[in-house]
Write a protein that binds this ligand. Structure first.
Ligand code: TYM
Length: 333
């Protein structure tokens, strides 16, 4: 066997600055896996243009994202880090898989419904067929696991349907990937509205990885909790979504269980709890921010990382693409 290690792959769109949801839901579960798995992580720049982007900002954010991946512990010597658009096989397999993805399946995707409601003046074909490109991103590398937050589970499930359909026609072409979803941090909610997921589109409730400690503290102190008079720190997702969210974040960054957290803040109230969560997050993010700033200043290093990453990724992706082209009946070049 050429590759005995299991494979892990994931990506993030550089459509905004990375935030705590991306970190806890995804990136944090990518690091520390490199010994065990063959890991591929990329900047999903092709996906971002389903919504209009400012070109200069997109370029800047893509490189910032790479610096932040490395600062979060993804060692480029041990993980393949690359920019999606540098590996042309993504677009090519994306087209093929479009032809094996049903209109009805795409119509049911929550992200499409959300984004088309938000960008009514630009409901383009790419926004609709985006999950087929995401399936291609995944299947090119034949991964065993796709570590993502809860909101991307539906897209990985669709990818699994595509695998079943495609393999059903052509034999064992693709390996069946599994979503890998963390226990704490799978769905970090907004601090200003704990009924919606943390997202860059609600910046007041969103904590960015590169944000200054004082701004992070301000956001946590202002976090919306519930208005029961006892101000008791208790995990109740239904009736106390704000507190449950803060407990989830605290648990994810400290490793403490909900029972331990309840005990720690027993009788202390939100005035003590909210800044404590803020402090814990600040201390988790501080080394990442400092390291990312240092790496970002070294453009030559970043370039060497994404070039080497694209080369390795292309080699693997090309093997899968050639196999697919042969199976569907394209004449070999
Ligand atoms: P994206 O860019 O929206 O988000 C990147 C990752 O962060 C997770 N995430 C969250 N997790 C917990 N709480 C939150 N509030 C939160 N917000 C975001 C997401 O679940 C995701 O894991 N389609 C993907 C990008 C993509 C991809 C892929 C992922 C493209 N190709 C192939 C995996 C494999 C997306 O839009 O994620």
């Amino acid at each position: 066997m050429e590759n005995e290690k299991k494979v892990m792959l994931s990506g993030i769109q550089p459509s905004g600055d990375l935030h705590l949801g991306n970190y806890l839901g995804a990136i944090r579960n990518w690091g520390a896996r490199a010994e065990e798995f063959d890991c591929y992580y990329f900047m999903a720049d092709m996906h971002t243009i389903t919504v209009r982007q400012n070109p200069a900002d997109l370029r800047r954010r893509t490189l910032e994202q790479l610096a932040q991946y490395i600062a979060c512990g993804l060692d480029p010597e041990k993980n393949t880090l690359f920019i999606q658009s540098h590996v042309h096989q993504h677009a090519e397999l994306g087209w093929v898989l479009n032809c094996y993805t049903m209109f009805g399946e795409l119509s049911r995707m929550t992200q499409f419904k959300d984004k088309s409601a938000k960008h009514k003046d630009n409901i383009n074909g790419g926004l609709f067929t985006y999950p087929a490109l995401m399936a291609a991103d995944i299947l090119l590398y034949q991964p065993d696991y796709v570590p993502v937050g809860e909101d991307q589970k539906q897209h990985v499930e669709l990818t699994r349907n595509i695998v079943q359909r495609f393999n059903g026609i052509y034999g064992d072409v693709f390996k069946m990937p599994e979503p890998y979803i963390p226990k704490a941090g799978a769905r970090v909610m907004g601090l200003s509205d704990p009924t919606g997921k943390m997202s860059k589109s609600a910046p007041e409730g969103c904590v960015f990885l590169m944000e200054k400690p004082e701004d992070i503290m301000r956001k946590f102190k202002r976090a919306v909790t519930d208005c029961d008079t006892e101000h008791c720190v208790r995990y109740d997702r239904e009736n106390k979504p704000g507190v449950a969210n803060l407990m989830q974040i605290y648990s994810a960054v400290t490793g403490k269980s909900y029972e331990e957290i309840e005990q720690e803040f027993d009788g202390k109230g939100y005035g003590v709890f909210k800044p404590a969560v803020g402090e814990a997050v600040v201390e988790t993010l501080r080394p990442i921010r400092e390291e990312a700033q240092r790496i970002l200043a070294d453009k030559a290093y970043l370039e060497s990382v994404y070039r080497a990453g694209a080369e390795k990724a292309s080699y693997v992706a090309n093997k899968t693409l050639r196999k697919v082209y042969k199976k569907v009946g394209f004449v070999a070049r």
